[in-house]
Design a protein around this ligand. Structure first.
Ligand code: 9WN
Length: 448
């Protein structure tokens, strides 16, 4: 029904509105993930937001990455939230209890887990954008990239050292929040091991105040588990050696691993383009990229190419098909014939090509899958930011027609100008938060 969506805006108006969202959510040194629901900086959101900002002001885009990097822990981890003073989001810094953690930089409060490593991808994209703007902007972006390259290398080294699973090679996540796909059905089986103890301190959810309908968010039972893992992290003092060995949630994540592979490639490329003198680091990055690709390839079903996560507590392969199962396409992990089969499946009627979809892009979960819920968060809706990632990866692969098609369909999704966090796939109704910064950012990247 059309009343669920505002009418489509023409591209120039849409671009102006997207720019206004980024401006309105800008605190000066960081753009919050959204005005109401997420009044802080999130790690992977910041990377996409910086890409969007680069189309408005390259210098401001670089400041965004600088703010994030200034919150990097001394061991290399980039935390998943950098907190502002806002108190309307739970769990805030007190609940995370990272103030006493020695790795955290003293001037800023952060969470104590990470998110997918898309930052090098963003930096490289920003350098590219700058090359189309002006000589001064190229100078700015390249100088910045050369200065921050070592910090990004240390971030990747932290992942390689502490999170590359010895058994399967996939990057280990210790909380669903680390995947960025919090309540995806991918995590249902691993979360079944997480049994909140009676000593879980009480809490009040604030996220439900930021949406129209609580059914668009994770359930209370899921939140108890999320909060219980924070207790376990605190009890392990956020020690990167201890956490991946002891937490009740330990999963090898194919999607994060695929992104890690291409982000390592991008750091290598940047080192070459900027003539950085870091031969040992570049060699390591190449090795990590190769290992990550191998691990993704290894996690793929030999008949379909669909890749599955690994529950590291019991060695089970979690055979839940979500959009993450198409991760091999992001990092070219598979032989051509299998890749072709996987791509045909992704663009076919069970996924992006579903005949009843408002926009022909992949949902987070296919309507043909048992766990599908058209309105609930990572269990079915379409996420513009994921559409961007796939279309961007297609472009890198040289599949330009497909990339253009996904960009056009992505724009169809966001053309109502509400910049929803996610969208109901059949009606195109915006769900979750509106004025979501990363949705505005990818819109700008598509339009500019
Ligand atoms: C928890 C900010 C973040 C995104 C995540 C998305 C959601 C947070 C939440 O919002 O997660 O980190 O409170 O639900 O799942 O991908 O980075 O936009």
């Amino acid at each position: 029904p059309t009343d669920l969506r505002a009418p489509e805006l023409p591209p120039t108006t849409l671009a102006a509105r997207a720019a206004a969202v980024l401006r309105d959510n800008d605190t000066g040194t960081l753009v919050t993930a959204s005005p109401k629901l997420y009044p802080h900086m999130w790690s992977w959101d910041a990377a996409f937001i910086a890409i969007g900002l680069a189309h408005l002001d390259v210098n401001r885009a670089l400041t965004e990455l600088d703010t994030l990097l200034s919150a990097q822990w001394s061991d290399g981890m980039i935390p998943h939230i950098v907190f502002t003073d806002a108190t309307s989001y739970f769990p805030g810094p007190d609940r995370w209890g990272t103030d006493s953690v020695p790795q955290r930089p003293p001037h800023v409060r952060t969470s104590g887990i990470c998110q997918p490593p898309v930052h090098a991808i963003a930096l490289r994209r920003i350098v590219d954008i700058a090359r189309h703007v002006s000589r001064d902007d190229v100078e700015l972006a390249e100088t910045f990239a050369a200065r921050t390259w070592p910090a990004l290398y240390r971030w990747h080294r932290w992942l390689a050292r502490h999170r590359m699973s010895e058994s399967c090679g996939l990057i280990t996540i210790v909380h669903g929040w680390e995947s960025g796909m919090d309540n995806s059905p991918r995590w249902d089986a691993p979360y079944a091991h997480v049994q909140p103890g009676p000593d879980l301190p009480p809490y009040v959810r604030l996220d439900l105040l930021g949406v129209d309908d609580p059914n668009e968010r994770p359930s209370d039972a899921e939140y108890d588990r999320y909060l219980w893992l924070i207790e376990q992290l605190r009890r392990a003092d956020y020690d990167p050696e201890v956490v991946p060995k002891t937490l009740d949630f330990r999963v090898g994540d194919v999607f994060t691993t695929a992104l890690f592979a291409i982000a390592c490639d991008d750091l290598v490329e940047l080192a070459h383009e900027l003539s950085l003198d870091a031969p040992d680091e570049v060699a390591e990055l190449r090795t990590w990229a190769a290992h990550a690709r191998e691990a993704v390839a290894h996690s793929a079903d030999p008949d379909t190419g669909l890749a599955f996560d690994k529950d590291l507590r019991n060695g089970d392969t979690t055979r839940t098909t979500t959009v993450a199962a198409f991760s091999p396409l992001l990092c070219s992990a598979l032989p051509e014939h299998l890749e072709h089969r996987l791509l045909t499946h992704l663009t076919g009627p069970a996924w992006a090509g579903h005949p009843k979809f408002h926009a022909a892009v992949a949902p987070s979960v296919s309507p043909t899958e048992p766990g599908f819920d058209a309105r609930r968060y990572w269990r079915g809706p379409q996420w513009p930011v994921l559409v961007w990632l796939f279309s961007f990866a297609f472009q890198r692969r040289g599949w330009t027609g497909l990339a253009r098609n996904w960009r056009e369909q992505g724009l169809r999704l966001v053309a109502d100008g509400s910049f929803g966090e996610y969208y109901e796939p059949f009606t195109g109704e915006p769900l979750g938060s509106t004025q979501q910064s990363w949705t505005a950012a990818v819109t700008l990247d598509w339009l500019c």
